[in-house]
Design a protein around this ligand. Structure first.
Ligand SMILES: *Cc1c(COP(=O)(O)O)cnc(C)c1O
Length: 389
């Protein structure tokens, strides 16, 4: 099969987002990667096949998606999964009973749940630390530490982790450094360039961008990791179906366009919120008032559409999330449509209360996923909802 575009880094991001990893379909020359909706492939003879035997192991639609995201992240291998958490599940299977993981204390609720309520029971050990300060990571290391795991920006507090600092530390000691890049996407931040070994995505969010599938992806640039994770992907079988891969691949073609608009809307709305006296706290790395704004400028090229605000009173938060008309009250984020959520009772309900409190995840916190609608309409919607009786 002829490649439309070789899987290399000679083309700019926007070109790769449309073309990378895709091949000309051999039967009719279809320009778009078909949905290979099949569980198996005919073999030419005993022991002779075309590289495809069974769809848990290989699927051309999935492979196109894996190559595309690997190219955007600047990695060499991508591995797609049925959800972001299935990707994390495969990743944790790299470890053995007794191994220790240092993890950011403000990660996606389901990430914390999988670690503490599933893998801790199988003998892995986890320490959750505030990774805004790399010294907290250093202090948490033990002789059994194998992995350092973070999100940046974090969900929902929008804290940043200094990728270069943690990258240096983990490379010096040989720890596996994993970054969940779901919030920033490779359009704004590429952790592999800072020493990360693995990038994790919930493709459900910005990469697909249209809130119409659930998926996950790992990107690596080390062959040994790609081989082991590929083995786990097939052995444990948490793979996505071809239709969902196709949707994600389609979404990725407009990733740069969408991210630019999410970012423009995010910046305008955050600045507008920061100017309101009745919004005590606005968390957005693009605001000069964000304590890590300089770091954001160093390791990110944009800030996206995720904003958290603390309204001070839980009841005001409840009234606001129930009053918006364009922002839909829903879990998830990163779609073209704006969403509003209440992390304490929705996305982060599984996080222990004490842990929520230390990180500032209060009952009056509201999270916004700013979509790509007209910014004035979005502001008007929030303005009305903030005044809700
Ligand atoms: C949603 C999300 C996940 C989990 O992904 P699923 O696709 O829902 O399994 C992991 N990390 C972050 C930052 C997320 O937002």
């Amino acid at each position: 099969m002829t490649r439309i575009l070789p899987h290399d880094d000679q083309h700019a991001f926007a070109t790769r987002s449309v073309h990378a990893g895709q091949v000309v379909e051999p039967l009719a020359g279809a320009v778009m990667t078909p949905i290979y909706q099949t569980s198996t492939y005919v073999q030419d003879g005993l022991g002779r096949h075309r590289g495809y035997e069974y769809a848990r192991t290989q699927n051309p639609t999935r492979e196109a998606l894996e190559r595309n995201v690997a190219s955007l992240e600047g990695g060499s291998h991508g591995l797609a999964f049925g959800s972001g958490l299935a990707a994390l599940d495969a990743l944790l299977k790299l470890l053995r009973s007794g191994d220790h993981v240092v993890c950011g204390d403000n990660v996606y609720g389901g990430t914390q749940r999988l670690m503490e309520q599933v893998y801790a029971g199988l003998g892995l050990r986890f320490t959750f630390v505030d990774m805004r300060d790399v010294k907290n990571v250093e202090r948490a290391l033990t002789p059994a530490t194998r992995m350092v795991y973070c999100e940046t920006p974090t969900n929902p507090m929008m804290n940043l982790v200094d990728l270069a600092a943690v990258g240096d530390l983990t490379q010096a000691h040989g720890y596996l450094f994993v970054v969940d890049n779901t919030f920033a996407t490779p359009f704004f931040q590429r952790p592999l360039e800072y020493g990360a070994d693995v990038v994790l995505h919930s493709t459900t969010k910005y990469l697909n961008g249209h809130s119409d599938m659930v998926g996950g992806l790992l990107v690596v640039s080390r062959d040994d990791l790609a081989e082991r994770l590929g083995f786990i992907q097939n052995a444990a079988g948490g793979v996505p179906g071809p239709m969902d891969c196709w949707l994600a691949l389609r979404g990725l073609k407009t990733l740069p366009l969408r991210m630019r608009q999410h970012d423009a809307n995010g910046r305008r709305i955050a600045a507008w919120l920061a100017g309101r006296k009745d919004v005590p706290k606005v968390y957005y790395p693009g605001l000069p008032s964000h304590p890590q704004h300089d770091l954001a400028g160093r390791q990110m090229t944009g800030f996206g559409g995720m904003i958290s605000i603390d309204l001070g009173e839980p009841d005001r938060a409840r009234r606001m999330v129930e009053a918006t008309k364009i922002f839909a009250l829903a879990e998830s984020l990163g779609g073209v449509e704006s969403l509003i959520g209440h992390p304490a009772t929705m996305t982060h309900a599984a996080v222990p209360v004490a842990m929520r409190q230390t990180m500032g995840l209060t009952d009056s916190l509201v999270r916004l996923s700013c979509g790509i609608e007209d910014a004035d309409d979005l502001i008007q919607d929030l303005d009305r909802a903030l005044a809700a009786p």
